[in-house]
Design a protein around this ligand. Structure first.
Ligand code: NAP
Length: 252
């Protein structure tokens, strides 16, 4: 008989990087909770997984809201089984230069990335500790190193790295690892929206980005899913507290 499927939660997986991670995890044999703000928006990811023979449910939740997170995690545990893999991927951009940035732009970005990762990790850790196994993967960014117009986002993404390392210290003795992925330019609706905001054609925007990347292309969501798959695997149990830049070349 095969082993029981592990349950994974991927936040922000209605589309983009999260959707690719959710599909890859289903291929890896996990039951996947496809969690996003709007439950209906998760349907395409869930359908892609189930039509390929995998197991997935759609879960609508706001990761920045404590009660919403508690209800979502409880639902996942009941419907799919105790979650022992968590990818904190949900994210938003509210770019602006410092002098034009509103307090709301600052708070919303901190809320989704940092508060969200904190609330999700705190809610899920008890299942991991009970199982004496867990994998937490946090989505950072090359913007953690600083990026013009992203004082909120770069602070949040640098914060994700410190958060990850502290989880690694606290949870290691329970068989739980925590690692971060720092993607470079990945082709998703997020980067398409950035192109639109600066008034650039997306194809030209991508070509300009690719010309600055050593492997001479922009990244695809599957590039990030591949790294997440490694971190989530049983064999990666001695890799913890790491930040891997998945950016087509080295970062400063
Ligand atoms: P995306 O296409 O914009 O997808 C992000 C998803 O997160 C959306 O479905 C969004 O839902 C959801 N979300 C936003 N706020 C949420 C909340 N409070 N609760 C639950 N879900 C929420 O972005 P992406 O490009 O795939 O990025 C995924 C992650 O990678 C983000 O953390 C991002 O910062 C990071 N990243 C991306 C790149 C890149 O080049 N694309 C580079 C570095 C890091 P709504 O549509 O309803 O808002």
């Amino acid at each position: 008989m095969g082993k029981e499927r592990k349950t994974a939660i991927v936040t922000g997986s209605a589309r983009g990087i999260g959707a690719a991670v959710a599909k890859r995890f289903a291929d890896d044999g996990y039951a996947v909770a496809v969690l996003d703000l709007d439950e209906a928006a998760c349907a395409a990811t869930v359908e892609a997984i189930t039509s390929a023979g995998g197991q997935a449910i759609a879960v609508g939740a706001d990761v920045a809201d404590e009660a919403s997170v508690a209800a979502a995690v409880e639902r996942v545990a009941t419907e799919l089984g105790a979650p022992t893999i968590l990818v904190n991927n949900a994210g938003i951009l509210r770019d602006n230069l410092l002098f034009k940035m509103s307090v709301d732009d600052w708070d919303q970005v901190m809320g989704v990335h940092l508060r969200g990762a904190f609330l999700m990790s705190r809610a899920v850790q008890k299942y991991m500790v009970e199982a004496k196994f867990g994998r937490i993967v946090n989505m950072s960014s090359t913007s953690a190193l600083g990026n013009r117009g992203q004082v909120n986002y770069s602070a949040a993404k640098a914060g994700m790295q410190g958060f990850t390392k502290t989880l690694a210290f606290e949870l290691g003795k329970f068989g739980v690892t925590a690692n971060a992925i720092a993607p470079g330019f990945i082709e998703t609706e997020m980067t398409a929206a950035t192109a639109q905001r600066v008034g650039a054609d997306f194809e030209e925007f991508k070509a300009a980005a690719a010309s600055q990347i050593p492997v001479n292309r922009v990244g695809q969501p599957e590039d990030i899913a591949h790294t997440a798959s490694f971190f989530a695997s049983e064999g990666a149990g001695f890799v913890s507290g790491q930040v891997v830049y998945v950016a087509g070349g080295p970062q400063d």
